[in-house]
Design a protein around this ligand. Structure first.
Ligand code: GLA
Length: 391
């Protein structure tokens, strides 16, 4: 496949000679949802599919960018002195935002480059195609301009680009999982301190199965920001009553139960209840996985979904239908929605001998209920964003 991409790049931009090829994965979160911006724990992993880039540095200050996923949009061209979010540049605003954020942070980028992207992450499915292209751009910048920058810094700048240049107020989970991913491991990340540990995902004869609802996520960004605001409002109320915390992630469930009566707004109370209980579930789930108790890990995934459905209210008919069908299927150890919610994907742990049957029965039930066809992927956990080589 890479040879084909290199050839297409050379034809498109009329280049000959050596080019550089890069790869950045998508991600799936196993547990710890809507906890990152609450200063809590998350437990995601990088996937073995993602976004590829073929790149050649230029001698002037022009960037030319093309995506094989958006061929109708053609080549996007802009210069170093005009790094502004431009709606007509569409997807190219993501790499553009990362370039701008690197320059603003003091990194020397004084030339442009030509790049062709190709991604095999389903777009808009909640598997982080946007964070994937952000980290991909980061590693391109590091290599092409020989920057002295480590991966955690690239993760932070990529998140900053998404927050400030794109305007989506996301936490750090997606960028971290994609930049720091490690084959066959998930990452337990403390989003408050950025301390992290790799945990081998050994599922004892079972696999991770991702299912895409194929429901488009309308208005997801504004609902996401509303959830963040509710949690921040709950923190404010608690602080007004002398609790003194920066984030909900600082509260154990026990402590939260002692002080939650201060939160009189019913919606804020529900949102905070999810944030605090999900954080504790995540820590327990990783302990269970590390001790080989996959069944207990799966039960906590189920509870995570229930909390996201009832307290955080980010699931919706399609995600609930897909997860309920998974819960009813034979050989399922646990199932939940993954990512921001409001559509996108579910993640299940399914015993290997039942995977075919799972895909068939869950797909049929979901179609009968919603009229939509789900897509299924048996996930392999891969490494983070990197250069693949010179071609
Ligand atoms: C999106 C955001 C992440 C995280 C999840 C929910 O994927 O980009 O930062 O908040 O939603 O866990």
């Amino acid at each position: 496949m890479i040879k084909g991409l290199v050839q297409d790049f050379k034809t498109l931009f009329n280049h000959s000679g050596a080019v550089e090829v890069f790869f950045s994965p998508g991600r799936v979160n196993l547990i710890g949802e809507h906890t990152d911006y609450n200063g809590g724990f998350v437990f995601p992993c990088a996937l073995d599919f993602g976004t590829y880039a073929v790149v050649k540095r230029r001698d002037d200050n022009i960037f030319r960018m093309y995506s094989k996923n958006f061929e109708k949009l053609g080549t996007k061209e802009f210069s170093l002195d005009k790094l502004i979010n431009t709606p007509s540049d569409n997807w190219a605003n993501y790499p553009k935002g990362v370039i701008k954020t690197f320059i603003d942070a003091g990194y020397k980028i004084d030339k442009g480059f030509d790049v062709m992207f190709f991604g095999n992450i389903p777009n808009g499915a909640g598997l982080s195609s946007s964070a994937s292209i952000e980290l991909l751009t980061s590693v391109i910048l590091k290599e092409i301009f020989k920057l002295d920058i480590d991966m955690v810094e690239m993760v932070k700048l990529s998140q900053k680009a998404e927050n400030e240049f794109i305007g989506v107020n996301c936490g750090i989970m997606d960028q971290f999982a994609i930049g720091m991913g490690k084959k066959d491991n998930a990452i337990l990340l403390d989003c408050n301190t950025l301390e992290y540990h790799y945990a081998p995902v050994e599922l004892d004869g079972a696999s991770i199965v991702i299912a895409n609802t194929n429901k488009k996520r309308g208005l997801a960004d504004s609902k996401y920001n509303e959830r963040r605001s509710s949690c921040e409002a709950a923190v404010k109320v608690l602080n007004e009553n002398g609790i003194n915390i920066k984030n909900l992630g600082e509260l154990s469930v026990e402590k939260f139960n002692e002080v939650k009566h201060f939160i009189t707004d019913e919606e804020q109370l529900k949102r905070a209840t999810h944030a605090v209980t999900e954080n504790e579930r995540t820590k327990t789930a990783v302990e269970k996985l590390n001790s080989g108790d996959v069944e207990a890990f799966g039960k906590l995934m189920d509870q995570s979904h229930i909390s996201l459905r009832d307290d955080y209210e980010v699931t919706g008919f399609e995600l609930d239908s897909l997860v309920e069908a998974a819960w009813e299927a034979k050989g399922v150890i646990g199932a939940r929605m993954t990512g921001a919610g409001f559509g996108g994907c579910t993640v299940s742990i399914v015993k290997d001998e039942f995977i075919d049957e799972f895909i068939k029965s869950v797909g049929e039930k979901y179609k009968a209920k919603t009229g939509l066809t789900a897509d299924f992927y048996v996930a392999k956990i891969g490494d983070g964003s990197r250069k693949l080589g010179d071609f």
